[in-house]
Design a protein around this ligand. Sequence first.
Ligand code: B1M
Length: 213
Amino acid sequence: MSAILEQLSAVVIEGDETKSPGLVQKALDEGFTAKEILDNALVVGMTEVGIRFKRGDMFVPEVLMSAEAMQTGLGILRPLLAASGAEMLGKIVMGTVKGDLHDIGKNLVGMLCEGSGFDVIDLGFNVAPEKFIEAVKQHKPNIIGMSALLTTTMRSMGHTIKALEEAGLRAGVKIMVGGAPVDREFADRVGADGYGSNAPAGADLAKQLMGAA
Ligand code: B1M
């Protein structure tokens, strides 16, 4: 890897959002394409963050700082990626389900998915089934990601999947679910395609669902 891309990847791991935009610009000035910078620096950095988080060598605040460093760098690349029509790994519509305001875990999963090369559309929290349906019609995602932190709101995942079926949209998307009260058995029961126990597992699952892992 070139020195500038290595530096950028290290800055993402360190979580230094003040340095990442400058390094992204420098890499562009050196002639790297937006896609090369995304794949060979930002994604490499966030992949390492995911590995360290899974191993217990990094914690939530540090992962959030890394994600911030990735996001500020990605801010420069986004319009260039869109203009060049560069192929992303896939598109994910992500949200915390209806009635649930917990979004820290969902944000982490979204950021690691973005760091893995996905285009992530974040619907926020308290997302009703109709809003997921609207988003599927508008964005045509490959994957829907749903998060729930309350035992009282996790059932909304099932309601959303049912609503997608009724709208004739279920067959066209993969669905992944996660959150503290959710487990694999629950995911199977509500008809999801997969369950992620934590943020790196969520990003790995998204790649698997795209046949890219
Ligand atoms: Co609330 N809360 N909370 N809360 N809160 C919990 C979840 C609770 C366990 C606390 C407790 O009682 N011990 C409890 C739920 C009990 C239950 O349902 N069995 C609870 C409660 C009861 C409530 C209220 C009802 C309290 C009240 O008002 N009486 C209320 C409900 C509001 C609502 O949602 N309608 C409430 C409110 C809040 C705050 C708003 C104050 C705040 C949320 C702020 C925010 O998110 N912006 C809050 C917080 C912070 C928590 C705790 C303390 C922390 C949650 C968190 O962010 N964890 C939590 C107790 C705890 O967990 N220790 C608690 C860190 C985060 C990184 O982990 O979200 O699990 P987590 O995400 C993980 C994985 O689950 C997974 O990856 C993430 C990263 O590894 N994951 C996915 C998550 N989504 C995924 C999606 C995937 C894949 C993986 O694919 C799509």
